[in-house]
Ligand binder design. Structure first.
Ligand SMILES: Cc1ncc(COP(=O)(O)O)c(C=O)c1O
Length: 399
């Protein structure tokens, strides 16, 4: 162990000895062995590191159920947004047009990315509460024959809503268009199996449901789309085709790779497999959510979303109406008890979020609820019920 660090040997079973749990959508609480995997330096050109990159690409592809070898995995330096930009800039032709399906901040960021790219797009914006549905997508594609691609956000992390990508994919391909998926916060815990859901490319990153540390993302795309992407990118460093071609030829990343992050990610992938892959990981997160949401509801908190749309990734709660409640104080009191929660990211009402992902299990989630109960008490808040206006707004918009 590094001098001065305070990691618990078993973070899921033991409080992290002074290190708070991150109840956030990533970066998140990682396993000790994942942190430990970063204690060695690697030469980026060396055969050992090239083998690690190849192993990582193979393991990630295996998570998509690509039995026919039609897809390939392209890791890309940078955070998730870099990879979304790389995907849009590489797979959407310069004269293409994208239908962006937005119901929160990350859908809106995809639209903003299209603006920066200077490529045509149109938007379905469902606000904070509602998923884009297949029939709406079909109608939009029918109405505008110039749309070539659709981008859907798998789990819209700003609210925690799990969008119906299977239904969306059906609508997209029934109209002869192509689907791109931002599965940043879902991939690894919620199935995105290419034999079940058709898409051309998807993107996710190291520090989400695989439980690695931040530093790169990855694009998994149909090889035919990777071929077709040649020469299309607006950006030298975010050119997915160029990264793919270079990696396949040399085994190396085009520019300096985040070597330690890759080493940590491989360990995270091993743990993911040991937990039962996507199914096992998704089951733990679902249990985390169910235990946490049930406990928070007992305290009077209400979720933004109806149960049907609650993801096992992150849950948004309305701020309580009580006059003594202030999010900043609640945040500090929760942190004192070892839990870092997340501010809300809604456009209309005040809210906060609690993540269910990372090295935490239901026992930790029970302690989260206890910490919330104690924090409310310390603030002099006897019920966490939200303002009637928030509920009325939700009912109105979700009607
Ligand atoms: C769905 C989704 N898309 C895109 C991003 C952007 O990723 P990053 O913040 O790593 O740039 C996030 C981040 O949480 C996300 O959840």
């Amino acid at each position: 162990m590094l001098a001065g660090t305070k990691f618990a040997a078993e973070p899921m079973a033991t409080p992290a000895l002074g290190e708070p749990y991150l109840l956030t959508p990533g970066p998140l609480t990682t396993a000790y062995s994942v942190k430990q995997a970063m204690l060695r330096d690697w030469g980026s050109w060396d055969g050992d590191f090239r083998a690690m990159t190849a192993d990582m690409r193979r393991r990630l592809l295996a998570l998509t159920g690509d039995a026919n070898g039609e897809f390939d995995c392209v890791p890309m330096q940078g955070s998730g947004s870099f990879c979304v930009e790389a995907m849009l800039g590489s797979f959407v032709p310069r004269d293409g047009k994208v239908l962006v399906l937005a119901n929160g901040a990350y859908g809106m960021r995809a639209a903003q990315t299209m603006q920066y790219l200077g490529r045509a797009y149109t938007l379905i914006d469902k606000g904070d509460y509602l998923p884009p549905r297949g029939d709406e997508v079909a109608a939009a594609l029918e109405a505008d024959r110039t749309i070539t691609h659709v981008i859907a956000i798998h789990c819209e992390t700003s609210s925690g809503i799990l969008n119906p990508v299977a239904e969306i994919a059906e609508a997209v391909y029934a109209k002869g268009r192509k689907l791109l998926v931002d599965s940043m916060s879902a991939f690894g815990a919620i199935a995105l199996d290419v034999s079940q859901i058709r898409y051309e490319a998807m993107v996710s990153s190291a520090n989400k449901c695989i439980e690695g540390v931040p530093g790169f993302g990855f694009i998994i795309a149909r090889k035919s789309e990777l071929e077709a992407a040649k020469g299309r990118s607006h950006s030298l460093s975010l050119d997915v085709h160029a990264q793919w071609a270079h990696m396949n030829k040399t085994g190396q990343w085009r520019y300096t790779p985040p070597t330690h992050v890759v080493a940590a990610f491989l360990e995270a992938l091993r743990q993911h497999e040991a937990e039962g892959g996507v199914t096992g990981r998704g089951a733990r997160y679902t249990r985390n959510r169910d235990v946490m949401v049930a406990g928070m509801r007992e305290l009077g908190f209400e979720t933004l979303l109806k149960d049907r749309w609650l993801s096992p990734i992150i849950v948004t709660f309305f701020n309580p109406a009580h006059a003594n409640f202030a999010f900043d104080s609640f945040y500090d009191l929760m942190k004192d008890k070892g839990f870092i929660i997340y501010p809300g990211k809604l456009t209309v009402v005040d809210s906060f979020r609690v993540g269910c992902i990372g090295q935490m299990d239901e026992h930790v989630m029970r302690r989260v609820v206890e910490a919330a109960a104690r924090s409310l008490k310390e603030m002099g808040v006897d019920t966490a019920a939200p303002p009637a206006a928030a509920i009325a707004e939700r009912a109105k918009l979700a009607a």
